[in-house]
Design a protein around this ligand. Structure first.
Ligand SMILES: [Ca+2]
Ligand SMILES: [Ca+2]
Ligand SMILES: [Ca+2]
Ligand SMILES: [Ca+2]
Length: 310
């Protein structure tokens, strides 16, 4: 059976159990998060059935915003797994069906109760978006690429910026998250989404040129904001020459070297709940390989049934 989050898969991959392979952490529409353990052998890729992470790993709109939005019971959980507090264990930042961010700090085998993540400009990020933790400025502190909203709780406008939030230590030595700094396009304009929201980000050096590039999802399509000297050029991500999407509304993007060949590949979470794997080679192939079929010939086996003879 295909692995599944249970619908609207907000995906991340991390070595959750510390055994050296990448497991899947997948949020769903109801707001829960599943741990899908990788139990692959060298010959076979295999996962355990996902299990809901311990009780309090949950985020829904009603926890953050009191309103009459018909989707307030929904979660649209979009986890980013990262050692956010730098104490050596994996914590979870959880984008959700509001423009706030849930933070779950690990405590022993479980997690502390959820707290809304705050930055120096408040606690708004952007609607339904997975954040992308990354050390943006190389100072050893994990920063965040996330959306910025102008104030609407549902972001029903094309006012969503893409920003970097830098970490720093305050006078008491506490880790803090700075205010959003908008990312700029290569022509110097603040990046705004062409749709009401981005569904999530992934920040990696996709082209291996030493700087961080950013993936986003725009109306189910995966797009790459490629870094040119600290500014970004928007490019569609193609799969055999066509814009890459596995959903109708939202696709969740994770870039990892899944097959350990030295190049990053993509894992996508789809609205079906499933996880889709795209090898880098397929993403860079301009078109489907051509196959030519010759005339039909009949084939027969010999008496032992082991060899084909004409
Ligand atoms: Ca593992
Ligand atoms: Ca931690
Ligand atoms: Ca940093
Ligand atoms: Ca790069």
């Amino acid at each position: 059976m295909p692995v599944s989050s249970g619908g609207y898969n907000g995906l991340d991959a991390a070595d959750w159990d510390g055994d050296g392979d990448l497991d899947l952490i997948a949020g769903n529409e109801t707001g829960f998060v599943r741990y899908i353990e990788n139990i692959s052998s060298p010959k076979r890729t295999q996962f355990k059935t996902g299990r809901i992470l311990n009780g309090n790993m949950y985020a829904a709109r009603w926890q953050f915003i009191t309103d009459e939005d018909p989707e307030r019971p929904f979660g649209q959980a979009k986890p980013a797994v990262v050692d956010w507090d730098g104490d050596g264990d994996l914590d979870v930042l959880l984008g959700n069906n509001s423009n706030r961010m849930a933070y779950f700090e690990r405590s022993g085998q479980g997690f502390k109760p959820m707290t809304p993540l705050r930055h120096d400009g408040g606690e708004r990020f952007s609607f339904r978006a997975r954040p992308a933790p990354v050390d943006w400025n190389g100072d050893g502190l994990t920063d965040l690429i996330a959306g910025t909203s102008a104030g609407l709780d549902r972001n029903d406008g094309k006012d969503i910026g893409m920003s970097v939030y830098l970490r720093y230590r305050d006078a008491k030595g506490e880790l803090r998250l700075g205010p959003p700094r908008p990312l700029l396009s290569t022509d110097g304009v603040e990046i705004r989404t062409p749709i009401p929201y981005h569904h999530g980000y992934e920040a990696v050096d996709w082209d291996a040129d030493g700087d961080i590039d950013v993936f986003a999802c725009e109306k189910s399509h995966v797009v790459l904001y490629r870094n040119f000297n600290g500014r970004f050029r928007r490019e569609p991500v193609l799969f055999i020459g066509k814009p890459l999407s596995v959903s109708h509304h939202e696709t969740s993007t994770v870039a990892v070297d899944w097959d350990h060949d030295g190049q990053l590949d993509l894992l996508l979470g789809g609205e079906s709940g499933r996880v889709y794997y795209f090898h880098r080679t397929a993403l860079e192939r301009p078109a489907e390989p051509e196959a030519k079929v010759g005339p039909v010939e009949s084939l027969r086996t010999n008496a032992e049934g082991s060899r084909l003879k004409r």
